[in-house]
Ligand binder design. Structure first.
Ligand SMILES: NC(=O)c1ccc[n+]([C@@H]2O[C@H](COP(=O)([O-])OP(=O)(O)OC[C@H]3O[C@@H](n4cnc5c(N)ncnc54)[C@H](OP(=O)(O)O)[C@@H]3O)[C@@H](O)[C@H]2O)c1
Length: 241
């Protein structure tokens, strides 16, 4: 399906990005993974003989440019990178600095990767951003995360028009059981996942593989561009939060 195609997964060293890289590699793509901890990956074992991985911090514009220069021409860019703080109540716990840090850790990382990578994408290629559901369903204590995700959703239609024929889409995940939650205790994670499962129409939280399937769809479906694809268990229609 993807034989002869080169796919960069920026943020592919864990979670939904790694699951996407594995699925794309299994469909024949040469996968190139970037992430701050990418050197920890057992690339050949996880992604096959033709795959490669590079340690790159998306906050470092020069390093991101150097990475894409080294990669050269390629077909598809999947940008799953994002490390955000956990948010908090606007007046009492979110500071201007922590709000800005959320943009630095996700919005600017993804824009920098798209900026550096877009000019090297071959005809017929695509970009897939990763936003998140907090801007489509109000959740107390998540204003900074809602703002970042909304900003990423907002760049999609304009870039789809401007970068055509390169297709530009985003995936908007809901709650996923991934290493995104590292730092939250196991007990608290189970409490959050259990609560979300009980109120979501899908009756469960998501997995990295749910997102990988959606990435494969966006990468391979040439009639889809300018779209934000929600893969969130029906979050906007959840019973109560
Ligand atoms: N999990 C959820 O519940 C959830 C919900 C909504 C949206 N999302 C979004 O979905 C995307 C994937 O998250 P995930 O759940 O798969 O979490 P994850 O396992 O933490 O994956 C995040 C990926 O981004 C990379 N990354 C983070 N900061 C980076 C930077 N500065 N430069 C380069 N790479 C960076 C990480 O690699 P390194 O640490 O090696 O750099 C990792 O590969 C994220 O954008 C996240 O915001 C997740």
């Amino acid at each position: 399906m993807l034989e002869g195609q080169r796919v960069v997964v920026f943020g592919g060293s864990s979670g939904a990005g790694l699951a996407s890289a594995k699925l794309l590699a299994s469909k024949g793509a040469e996968v190139i993974v970037a992430g701050r901890g990418a050197e920890k990956l057992d690339v050949k074992k996880e992604l096959g003989d033709r795959a490669s991985a590079f340690a790159v911090d998306g906050k470092d514009v020069a390093a991101v440019n150097a990475f894409f220069e080294r990669v050269g021409a390629f077909d598809h860019l999947v940008i799953s990178a994002g490390a955000t703080n956990r948010g908090g109540e606007f007046v009492t716990s979110i500071t201007d600095a922590s709000f800005r840090e959320t943009f630095d850790g996700k919005f600017w990382v993804q824009i920098t990767a798209a900026h550096a990578g877009a000019k090297r994408i071959k005809k017929g290629g695509s970009i897939t951003f990763f936003s998140g559901g907090a801007n489509r369903r109000a959740l107390k204590g998540m204003v900074n995360i809602a703002a970042v995700n909304g900003a990423l959703d907002a760049v999609v239609p304009t870039l789809a028009l401007e970068l055509a024929p390169t297709r530009v889409n985003a995936i908007s995940p809901g709650t996923l059981r991934t290493s995104y939650w590292t730092g939250v205790s196991d007990a608290q994670q189970e409490q959050i996942f259990g609560h979300m499962a009980s109120i979501l129409p899908a009756g469960r939280v998501g997995t990295a593989d749910d997102i990988a399937n959606a990435v494969l769809f966006l990468v391979t479906t040439s009639y889809v561009t300018g779209t934000v694809l929600a893969v969130d268990g029906g979050l906007p229609h959840a019973a109560s939060l």
